[in-house]
Design a protein around this ligand. Structure first.
Ligand SMILES: C[S@@+](CC[C@H](N)C(=O)[O-])C[C@H]1O[C@@H](n2cnc3c(N)ncnc32)[C@H](O)[C@@H]1O
Length: 222
C-alpha cells in the first residue's frame, strides 16, 4: 500500500461525526454481541482493542472484563472515546495513541492479554502477517483473538479511492496467516452485512466476519 495517505489524518477529520452514522453503530454493536457470545468475556480478563476509535465496541465489552487497553492511532477518535469514559465514570479502560504495527512501540512489550479484539481495523494495517505475529506475542497462553472485518470486497467499499487499505480478506488466507502466527481458529462467522451504495454508485452488500482464534504455541522470532 502507498505510504503517503495518512489513516490518522482521515480519522482525526471524521472523529466528531463518527458515531452519527447508524451503520457504524450497528456493526459495532453486532461485533460486540458476537464477541460476547463467542468468547464470554469475564472479570479475570485483561483485554486489548486495537483501532478502538470512539469506543463503540469497547463501551460494550469493558463492563465484562477486568481491564481494557484501548488503542488507536487517531488522537481525535480517542478524544471522543475519553469523553464517553469520563461521562460514564468508567474506571477500567486505559487508552493509548499507539500504532502496534510499528516495532519501535515499546509501551506494550511487557503486557500480556487474555483477549485481543478489533472491529474494521485489520484492513488498515499494511503487513497482516507481521501484525498477527505481534498480536500472538501479546496474548497470554490460551489467550483469544477476535477480529471482525470485511470479507474480500470489490475495492469499492471505501469512498476515497486513495484510501490505503486491504480490500477485505479471503477467509482461507486469513486462517492460514493466523495459523502461521500460532493461533488456532475456533470460529469464522458472518456477523453483519453492510448494505451501501459504493463509490461506483452501485448498491452492494459487504459482509463482515468475526474470526476467533486461540494461542496454541509461542512464536519464536528469528
Ligand atoms: C474503521 S475505524 C473503526 C473504529 C472502531 N473500531 C469502530 O468500529 O467504530 C478504524 C480505526 O482504526 C484506527 N487505526 C488505523 N490503523 C491503526 C493502527 N495501525 N493501530 C491502531 N489503530 C489504527 C483508526 O484510527 C480508526 O479509529
Amino acid at each position: 500500500m502507498a505510504d503517503t495517505w495518512s489513516s490518522a489524518d482521515k480519522f482525526n477529520r471524521e472523529a466528531s461525526q463518527w458515531d452519527e452514522n447508524p451503520q457504524r453503530r450497528a456493526v459495532a454493536l453486532g461485533v460486540a454481541q458476537a464477541i460476547i457470545v463467542a468468547i464470554n468475556p469475564d472479570k479475570t480478563m485483561h483485554a486489548l482493542e486495537f483501532g478502538c476509535g470512539t469506543g463503540l465496541v469497547s463501551m460494550e465489552i469493558a463492563p465484562l472484563v477486568k481491564t481494557l487497553s484501548a488503542i488507536d492511532t487517531s488522537r481525535e477518535m480517542l478524544a471522543v472515546f475519553h469523553e464517553k469514559i469520563s461521562t460514564c465514570g468508567i474506571t477500567n479502560i486505559e487508552t493509548s495513541c499507539t500504532n502496534l504495527s510499528v516495532s519501535s512501540e515499546t509501551e506494550f512489550k511487557e503486557q500480556r492479554y487474555e483477549l485481543i479484539y478489533s472491529s474494521m481495523t485489520l484492513h488498515h494495517i499494511d503487513d497482516t502477517a507481521a501484525f498477527l505475529n505481534r498480536l500472538s506475542e501479546l496474548l497470554s497462553p490460551g489467550g483469544i483473538v477476535a477480529l471482525a472485518d470485511l470479507d474480500l470486497e470489490d475495492g469499492l467499499f471505501h469512498d476515497d479511492p486513495l484510501e490505503n487499505v486491504h480490500h477485505g480478506f479471503d477467509r482461507t488466507e486469513l486462517a492460514a496467516l493466523l495459523h502461521a502466527a500460532g493461533l488456532q481458529v475456533t470460529s469464522f462467522e458472518t456477523i453483519y452485512t453492510f448494505n451501501k451504495t459504493n463509490r461506483a454508485g452501485i448498491s452492494a452488500a459487504y459482509p463482515v466476519f468475526l474470526v476467533t482464534a486461540t494461542k496454541t504455541q509461542s512464536v519464536t522470532s528469528e
